[in-house]
Design a protein around this ligand. Sequence first.
Ligand code: SF4
Length: 393
Amino acid sequence: MAEFNSLSLYLHIPFCVKRCGYCDFYSNTEFDREIISKTLDKILISLECSLSELRPNKIATIYIGGGTPSLIPPAALGAFLESMNSMLGVVEEFSIEANPESLSREFLEVLAECRVDRISLGVQTYSNELLNWLGRSGGTSALDRAENLLDELWNGRLSRDLLAAIPYRKDRLNRDIDRASVNSPGHISVYELTVEEQSSLAEDSKKLGELPDEKTAVLEWETALRRLKEIGYVRYEVSNFAIPGEESQHNLAYWRMQPYLGVGPGAFSTIPDDRSLAVRRSETGNLHTWLSLPTGSYVESELSVRDFALEHFIMGMRMSEGISTENFGRIFELDPAKLVPKALSRRIASGDVISKGGRIRPSVPGMDFVDSILMDFALELDEFCWPASYDWP
Ligand code: SF4
């Protein structure tokens, strides 16, 4: 393995009370304490094994996601986190996802005792009708209870996830933003609803017919952007808004193309190999198979120069800070501006992209056209004659 300075960790907890209508993240709805405990043990063993193979100089961030990590019984969660802490020491940012219906007093107490410093709460909307439409468990009574517990007991960092482009109700998204920003949590994510192919919503034509048309969705989104700005949240990534200094360091590591290790069924990693090439590692997306396989059973593939460079564009252009020319040059020995000269000058002229100060970044309006900018870039990247290798990280 190549020597590298810092690694981010993602741990996947594959359990949910029920499947939300739109989601295709890997999770199971049939589980008991024993299977949770086996899964946590196996995550720890896999983590230890991967870290002894990779030997990063430090662990920068940890993110426990899912699935629904707040479903882990508090005593089991406490033991799991203690083991992680003794294996990894203190990290820069330690986040966990929580869903309102399973967020408890004991859960919050365990997090505080075990140095977890950031919660990402899956709100989606404060409308009971729309939570039902989305097929979320819990409803607003669970949400109110969770919010009260957070007010009373949580002193750490907090992010709330909201959804846009769900059935339109007048001022709904702005009301949700106002409610999500009470007590000024540092971070709010507003994701556009994506109906994943494998989800139940994808097959429900009646419900799909209730989704807003493009014009309505754009107007709602623009109003939301104005509201978030008015109340002090800076859009640092297409769907993520933070009070300055409260950005998610873990997600920034993904977007800045830093190495990360994912552990758990269905988890992915991007890590360097001994030729300094990026390797995409995928763990099987089936809990029972994952539990039965020996630790270290995963599929790996090296990323080609072209694919890895394209990923730098895709991830970098999602952020307001954009792509660092210096960082890109260090990895590929290429100037990113010279890879896409025609598309770049067209997009600079139309005001969608700014190329200045060693960075290529979307302009404020350009952040809403990132997909189309990237399509332009990808066409030109395909014409490029790529060198044989690169040197990452
Ligand atoms: S959205 Fe979250 S809670 Fe709902 S099924 Fe997906 S992972 Fe589970």
